[in-house]
Ligand binder design. Structure first.
Ligand code: RIB
Ligand code: CA
Length: 323
């Protein structure tokens, strides 16, 4: 790894877009995956953990994969088989993992990696925030070893699982509030940006035409992933690649546009539970009223736009370098 590599812990619920986020993180020279943790969400913890192990094994990366929370802090689990299928990663026939699941829990792996790291670690949650919330509650001393959280979740406007809530936040709103209110610097890849990170049918064919095994596998993941979006998001012209945004920002922040804000999570709304309430920093407005909070309370960089061509090129370049 290059001396300036960014050590990261992935915390995911594979899930097609999580899987592609793992591929991108693995491929990038400036990113060093120190651990992969799993959470329930797109599917049960059993399935997301097996899927994460299959992807890391497919990549030939023997970094530990550790099982996380099987359910949210206070609520019953919701899953997304309609999007990701019964396995959570329907589509390509992936070989069984070469390596066993870590004997550590996700919490234990996070603690071990953070305690051992010689420099701040970036947490990259792309599922529910239960594991990270538990870490922050149990070991607040380790906040000093977390340089940044680059997460996929939430939205300044709208939702995708309800009109007001994005799936990852809705799965565990209380955990999300714990993370957003931690005071740690956060980059939030919410639906505002991920709905612009669109991969088209032509992009999928350009990935497949690379002809290498990982490129073909990713194209097959996208072949399945696009079915849901063709049916329910026809106007998008393709599939929103949510989770890879959280990794792409680490590799190429210049292709994104962000605004500083404080983010709170609605945990008690009849219709709005899981909604991320984005309060812009004073002096930074969203096309109208001035923000209301002092800049030093604005710990979240909310991503609002991305250069789609550059984003797709980042993915394509990753698939060209992998076998
Ligand atoms: O709302 C999209 C998010 O929910 C993505 O992380 C997807 O993988 C699911 O977890
Ligand atoms: Ca996910």
């Amino acid at each position: 790894m290059s001396p300036v590599s960014i050590p990261v812990i992935m915390d995911c619920d594979p899930g097609h877009d999580d899987a592609i986020a793992l591929v991108l993180a693995h491929a990038r020279p400036e990113i060093e995956i120190r651990g992969v943790c799993t959470t329930a969400g797109n599917q049960t913890i059993e399935k997301t953990t097996l899927n994460a192990r299959k992807i890391m094994s497919f990549l030939g990366n023997d970094v530990p994969v550790a099982r996380g929370c099987a359910k949210p802090l206070f609520r019953e689990l919701i899953t997304a088989a309609s999007v990701h299928g019964e396995s959570g990663l329907d589509g390509p026939a992936l070989p069984e993992p070469q390596w066993p699941e870590s004997n550590l829990s996700a919490y234990e792996l996070m603690v071990k990696v953070l305690e051992k790291s010689d420099r701040p670690v970036t947490m990259v949650p792309t599922g529910a925030l239960t594991n990270l919330a538990l870490l922050l509650l149990t070991r607040p001393d380790l906040k000093a070893k977390i340089g940044r959280i680059s997460l996929m979740g939430g939205a300044a406007v709208g939702g995708n699982w309800t009109p007001a809530a994005e799936f990852n936040i809705l799965v565990d709103p209380e955990a999300a509030q714990i993370v957003f209110s931690s005071g740690l610097p956060i980059t939030m890849s919410g639906l505002d940006v991920t709905h612009k990170a669109i991969v088209t049918a032509e992009d999928i064919e350009s990935f497949r035409s690379i002809g290498k095994r990982t490129a073909v596998m990713v194209a097959e993941l996208l072949d399945f992933f696009k079915k849901f979006h063709e049916e329910y998001f026809a106007g998008f012209g393709g599939s929103p690649l949510h989770d890879p945004c959280a990794v792409a920002w680490l590799a190429a922040p210049e292709i994104f546009i962000s605004r500083k804000a404080r983010v709170d999570v609605e945990c008690a709304g009849t219709y709005t539970t899981g909604s991320t309430v984005v309060s812009f920093a004073r002096g930074v407005s969203h096309g109208g009223a001035e923000g209301r909070i002092p800049p030093d309370e604005a710990n979240v960089d909310v991503l609002f736009d991305v250069d789609r061509e550059a984003f797709v090129a980042l993915l394509r370049n990753a698939l060209e370098v992998l076998d």
